[in-house]
Design a protein around this ligand. Sequence first.
Ligand SMILES: CC(=O)N[C@H]1[C@@H](OP(=O)(O)OP(=O)(O)OC[C@H]2O[C@@H](n3ccc(=O)[nH]c3=O)[C@H](O)[C@@H]2O)O[C@H](CO)[C@@H](O)[C@@H]1O
Length: 367
Amino acid sequence: MKRIILTGGGTAGHVTPNIALLPGLRSLGFEIHYVGQTTGIERQLIEPEGIPYHPIPAGKLRRYIDLKNVRDIFLVIAGFLKACLLLYRIKPHIIFSKGGFVSCPLVWAAWLHRIPAILHESDLTPGLANKLSLPFAVHICYSFPETAAMLPSGKATHTGIPIRESLQKGEQAKGRELCGFTDTKPVVLIIGGSQGSETINHVIRNALQELQPQFQICHICGPGNIQAEIHLPTPGPSREGKLQTTPGYAQFEYVDKELPHLLALANVVVSRAGATTIFELLTLRKPNLLIPLSRKASRGDQVLNAQSFAKQGFSRVLEEEDLTVASLIENIRCTYEQRQTLIQAMNAATTTNGIEQVIEVIQRFVR
Ligand SMILES: CC(=O)N[C@H]1[C@@H](OP(=O)(O)OP(=O)(O)OC[C@H]2O[C@@H](n3ccc(=O)[nH]c3=O)[C@H](O)[C@@H]2O)O[C@H](CO)[C@@H](O)[C@@H]1O
């Protein structure tokens, strides 16, 4: 029996593509293990999948000077030593790494043990963890055709992102029941990435009053971000916030098994431009408005992801710098009005679910 170790973590986008691969790997008879952080979201998402989970220490690799870098160097070394022990014990035939900092020590240790490691890059521009791992990997898969120019030819394959089959099996009625919605108004689903976005949360809550006559709003706001009481501004001289009950508005922190139903219910999706989510929206043909994480708060990968999708006509984009209550409302309305055009462009897309292509690459390199 061939053994494979999957790794990747830090945020859900580095984990859900691994989950998408599980049924295919199982049907090929692989014994599957997972290596992730002790307390990362990967542990929460992987343990219920019933595969052995092996935690290792992980240090964040920063591009800037910070005292925490000193502590994290020791964490990376500890992660590397633990990874070496795990490889010795499990003796995998291959490693598949979805990236995130936890993956680097495992890929480096695999190189030392002469075990082939395959990487997967989701974003249009390669992230730091994958850049540091690439010299030690046998191959890298990528999602955006544009990424080819940034990777060594002969060592890279355009596969797309593996997307969980379960996402295609959502039921509108179940989504409606989860949200307590009626079937009289269209539904806008807001997803601020796996961790939620405080900026988007704030603006959408201030836009509720104006949006609600036309739409029902399902808001995935991220762990710890549910707001029990929504204060809507009232017209009048005092302009004090007035507590309102808000039927037609449902909040969730993070959804797992419920996500397919909420996606099935949505007529329009407003989302960050994390690579995994936007390819999921493309696969499901969901008209979408993307608000990429700005260059100020990140390396700008989401801005480029969003531009690529907008260029192909799959998405509308609202830059975070231009995000206001008024611009959000206007863009949601435009996205809803243009939904058929967006769906047509998505129907013409050649990118497909990457499960088969990634498994083909794994089989090519497994020893
Ligand atoms: C802040 C940050 O560092 N973001 C990066 C992170 O995004 P992050 O991991 O947040 O976002 P992605 O869009 O890539 O993936 C999120 C995944 O979580 C799932 N999901 C989300 C919310 C929820 O309630 N339930 C749920 O299942 C989505 O369906 C998707 O599968 O990794 C992505 C690459 O992989 C990058 O493009 C993002 O720039």
